[in-house]
Design a protein around this ligand. Structure first.
Ligand code: NDP
Length: 283
């Protein structure tokens, strides 16, 4: 019988994870079945336990259950502990092991797929939710000159910066609201808000300057064509644009390794997904 994996979310029908993990399994000769499971908003833990009872070996966790998954895990990786959010679970006997592969996924997409250096650069992170929390430590590990976290709810951004203050090293780590970005320029701007999901743009200052001339604008959201953030970045002069499809596949590759101990060729799967749906910005 095939080993059983799934992704829990709500909503979940849009998820590309079954496609990605099925492709990884075929590539690596692994006999596994992976499905998307809708967990009720108030029934995540019960859904996980039912899945384990049915023989589930591991699961991905997406919006809005990453913090609940963190609380449910009986053992955590260091990066999951730091992020206080879990996007990958492995069921080892009685243990529920939690990991967070979002940060590693973003970093690999930036550094390997997009050849975007971070050391010594000015980085702006928009948002202070679960996705932002997972990427602060991996971004700081690259020693950017500055990492600025901007969020609508300013207190949330400040709490996030405080949480990672001890790991900032020589990088200047600060947090604030959107109006404070006026007059500042960045080499890399990562949109980790969920604004694009609603077809909205984070309230960035309209006066040009946030995107430095050679900057990369990165939206964690993916889909056909430019998101509102990428369209704005293009109009504001960002040199390069990228959506979050690469991050999605790379965090999945990390999760696959966490479960099976094998690293699939993520570039092949990214190319196949782009060809299949013609997703992503042209720039
Ligand atoms: P959360 O719900 O935890 O956080 C949402 C964040 O977005 C908050 O900071 C919130 O600000 C902000 N926000 C929402 N709407 C707006 C708006 N209109 N303008 C400005 N800020 C806004 O979500 P996640 O952090 O889990 O996910 C964020 C995004 O990242 C989603 O689009 C998700 O799909 C994507 N993602 C992509 C991944 C990938 O692999 N490509 C992996 C993980 C996430 P406030 O605190 O002020 O409410």
């Amino acid at each position: 019988m095939s080993d059983l994996y799934c992704v829990f979310g709500n909503p979940i029908s849009h998820s590309k994870s079954p496609l990605i993990h099925t492709a990884f399994a075929a590539q690596c000769g692994q006999d596994l079945r992976y499905e998307a499971l809708l967990a009720p908003i108030d029934g995540f833990a019960a859904s996980v336990r039912t899945f384990i009872a049915a023989g589930g070996r591991g699961a991905n966790v997406t919006v809005p259950f990453k913090e609940e998954a963190f609380r449910l895990a009986t053992r955590l990786s260091v990066r999951a502990e730091l992020a206080a959010a879990v996007n990958s679970l492995r069921f080892d006997g009685a243990e529920i092991v939690g990991d967070n592969t979002d940060g590693a996924g973003l970093l690999r997409d930036l550094r390997v797929n997009l050849a975007c250096p971070i050391a010594g650069r000015r980085v702006l992170l928009l948002g202070a939710g679960g996705a932002a929390r997972g990427v602060v430590a991996p971004l700081l590990e690259q020693r950017p000159a500055t990492l600025v976290i901007a969020n609508r709810n300013v207190a949330r951004a400040q709490q996030l910066a405080q949480r990672f203050a001890a790991t900032a090293g020589a990088s200047l780590l600060c947090a604030g609201g959107y109006p404070e970005l006026a007059g500042q320029s960045f080499d890399l701007v990562v949109n980790a808000t969920s604004a694009s999901l609603a077809g909205a743009l984070p309230p960035l200052p309209v006066a040009a300057g946030v995107f430095a001339p050679a900057s990369l604008a990165y939206d964690m959201m993916y889909g056909k064509g430019d998101t509102p953030f990428l369209a704005f970045a293009r109009a504001q002069g960002a040199a390069r644009l990228a959506d979050g499809l690469g991050m999605l596949v790379e965090q999945a590759a990390e999760a696959f390794h966490f479960w099976r101990g094998l690293r699939p060729d993520s570039a092949l799967v990214i190319a196949a997904l782009r060809a299949r749906s013609e997703t992503g910005p042209a720039g």
